[in-house]
Design a protein around this ligand. Structure first.
Ligand code: GLV
Ligand code: MN
Ligand code: MN
Length: 425
């Protein structure tokens, strides 16, 4: 496909090697590959270790110094001419959802690797150092909170809280980190950053439907996550009359409906999802006495998100009272709607324009490590389209030309901040 290529004769240099980047993406996707073409590589599993080892190997071969901090965040640095200058950082995550794809997170990390390789090939010395971060547990699927590694880096979460989080099997984050050998010696946070750019697939339908190559990401939706436990009473499915039951799953089912209805009341920007549920005792002839479930609410307007929170609590109370159940609803993660740095957004726009790529401003519906890094450094993101807007799905896909275009924009946005040293190595 040539629609996103710059006009012939355009000599904007350097340019990344799209085929090499695509090859790295496919090689990394083999670690935890699923039968349907996706990736299942939960945070701090042995597959995560294998992926970390592989990417660190590539970054070392590209001449980077590697540091690992106390929550397993990885920092690869290519030195600049000014040894005191703060680093111009990029990165993302390589953990995936249980039925995840090849691109979510992985693209941002490998686009960063490709930036380093391209600078090496072009023998470019930058004034400031440039770096690639691999943040731990962005997905929040195995351990709450989402974006835990970057959040700890930004001082949003105490390190001890992150290390003490448990997965559904009861394994702590800290033990899982030790088991894969990735509890590093570097302090968590306190690293001087000149700026941060993160490349990512859009994970939604807008760029593709408008035939735009690059999303200039101005911010993200706010998010609130809840753990909800419905408690009723285990009972025999045969002799227990319908009117005397305390069926926790009935409460959960009504609550799923309530979450969807409330998100629709906040249309078009509100989102409400129940994605996790555990039914106990989970036996076909027992009225369920306990259900544990998650709720994910999102909105770009913090006041509206707070209103959604109020309606959620009211719905839980009403359902519990109606069905004679107990309901414990606890908020376990949240971040406010985020606005990225205007200068960083302009640097992304300038890079996209220089290549002649079509672009538009866009607000991210997904959370990203950039949300927390934005608390400690000027930040923006580069989005590329993904096929059908599909993500958190094994079928997640992106076009090679878009993958290449996004990395070219990332490279030039980073160079705009890092500066090219007058002399070459
Ligand atoms: C991150 O994957 C999110 O849930 O937005
Ligand atoms: Mn992601
Ligand atoms: Mn994700």
């Amino acid at each position: 496909m040539s629609t996103v290529s710059p006009p012939r004769g355009t000599s904007l240099a350097p340019r990344i090697d799209g085929e090499r980047l695509w090859g790295s993406l496919m090689e990394l996707a083999a670690i935890g590959a699923t039968a349907k073409g996706g990736v299942s590589r939960l945070a701090l599993t042995d597959l995560d270790r294998q992926a970390r080892d592989r990417v660190i190997g590539w970054l070392r071969e590209a001449g980077c110094a590697i540091e690992i901090d106390g929550v397993g965040n990885i920092f690869a640095t290519r030195a600049g001419r000014d040894p005191h200058a703060p680093v111009v950082l990029t990165g993302s995550h390589i953990d995936t959802q249980p039925s995840g794809g090849k691109f979510d997170g992985n693209y941002g990390v490998l686009a960063g690797l490709e930036v380093i390789r391209t600078l090496n090939d072009a023998k470019i010395a930058t004034r400031k150092p440039v770096g690639v971060a691999i943040w731990t547990n962005e997905e929040g699927s195995r351990f709450v909170p989402v974006m835990g590694g970057s959040g700890a880096f930004a001082g949003v979460f105490p390190v001890e809280k992150i290390l003490a989080e448990r997965d559904v099997e009861g394994v702590t984050f800290g033990d899982a980190l030790d088991a894969i050998g990735y509890r590093g010696a570097a302090p968590v946070g306190g690293r001087a950053l000149d700026g941060y750019f993160e490349a990512h697939i859009e994970q939604g339908p807008i760029l593709e439907s408008e035939a735009k190559t690059i999303g200039l990401v101005t911010g993200t939706l706010g998010l609130r996550w809840y753990d909800c436990v419905w408690t009723g009473e285990d009972a025999h499915a045969g002799p227990t009359p319908m009117e005397s039951r305390h069926d926790a799953l009935q409460g959960a089912a009504r609550f799923v409906e309530a979450v969807n209805a409330l998100a629709l009341r906040f249309a078009p920007d509100g989102r409400g999802t129940v994605g996790f549920m555990q039914v106990k005792p989970n036996s076909r002839n027992v009225v369920p006495g306990t259900v544990r479930m998650s709720v994910d609410l999102r909105h770009p307007d913090d006041a509206k998100l707070a209103a959604m929170d109020g309606e959620l609590s009211a719905a839980a109370r009403a359902i519990a009272s109606d069905l004679r159940l107990e309901c414990e609803l606890k908020q376990v993660a949240q971040f406010a709607a985020c606005r990225f740095d205007a200068a960083c957004v302009s640097q992304v726009r300038a890079a996209a324009n220089a290549f002649g790529y079509s672009s538009r401003e866009i607000v991210s519906g997904a959370g990203h490590d950039a949300v927390y890094v934005a608390r400690v450094a000027p930040t923006s993101m580069v989005f590329i389209p993904c096929t059908g807007g599909i993500s958190h799905n094994e079928l997640e896909d992106a076009l090679p030309d878009h993958v290449e275009a996004g990395a070219n924009v990332l490279l030039h946005a980073m160079l705009a901040r890092a500066g090219i040293a007058a002399d070459r190595p």
